[in-house]
Design a protein around this ligand. Sequence first.
Ligand code: PLP
Length: 396
Amino acid sequence: MSFKCELLIYAMEKKVKNVQESGTLNTFHHMVRLKAMGKDIINLCVGEPDIAPASVVKDAAIQAIRTSKIGYTPSEGLAELREAVSVFFKNEECDLNPQREIIITAGAKPALFISLTALLGIGDEVLIPEPFYPSYPSMVSLSGAIPVFIKGLPENGFKVSVPDIVKAVTGKTKFLILNTPVNPTGSVYSESELKDIMDFCVQSNILCIFDDVYNHFIYSPELKFLTSSLFKAYRNNLILIRSFSKEFAMTGWRIGYIAGHSDYVTQIKVIQGHASGNPQTVSQYAAIAALKNFDKARVPLTVFSERRQLIIDVLKERKQLSFVDPQGAFYFYCDIRNNPRSMNSVDMSLYLMQEHGVAVTPGTAFGPDGFIRLSYADGSRLKEGLERLVNGLDNL
Ligand code: PLP
């Protein structure tokens, strides 16, 4: 067998070995199973807003079906939707060519996957700050590349900075995957932190895959910034991934997009053409309506801000859990390392779900053990869920 062939088999084996079911989905599936058995479980685990999409979005989808706009579209998405994305960027003073620099995708997950698959080679290294969104390492492994983890410091909300990144860079480093606001910590990188990181990427010839799905969910006005301005300044080194899932409460509609330099976009387009063809046609029409009615269609931030404050008040009053102060997304990343039964995070989440009827996600889904993630995307029974959590922790 040739050396090349052996290398390929080794890479294929490694790909599959490194890929496991997502820890967040694992918890979600367990919750669904228990609920189906009649158990009353309150959901503090899933990152899915419990708010209905705006009427204007739903009406556009219904209209598309009624008028039979339901066939294939170009695999990179409808020209009209790519145009709407480019108008959105133009309003933020960033020019994007809708033919060459934008691809519509079936959400952020496929956008990440096809970008990595299209642009990585076997043995390339991809930097991933830890804790991380669970799919990143598996997607990197599936593309034949190697995930390299960078630990941030708890006192900085686990955010990484240039000195942390420098230590992880080798001659094989190709990408950095950056997500802000961060799932699972809720931390938000400031504009100046991002600029420092991007300057380093430019100097070191690293491409940043920027996962921007929580951009809308920033609670501190001083941390708000336009990702489009970052894209404008660093467009040769930045691939921007956006989704309608959280911002417009369109999770199941499976719709998002990639903005990037045409050299990258051209390659990614080819992969999408083979992998799935066009994203759902009806969802594309709904997405056009969401962008054209932007202010009306986005989920109201005040709802999430109030939920966030409620959790801060309860956790601070009860002092059972310390947590990263979350400035964004809809998560709390809580430290359970000092729990009296020395439980790991998987056992803790099973204990809380099975014995106290509240579902939270174990930290191991995101890398390190010793933490649990609470989600307030679903606020339908938040107070009751927090009571169950507090009670469960009291009874350890
Ligand atoms: N990236 C991050 C950081 C996420 O938290 C999620 C979903 O929870 C996604 C990507 C996937 O989003 P989508 O529903 O658009 O595929």
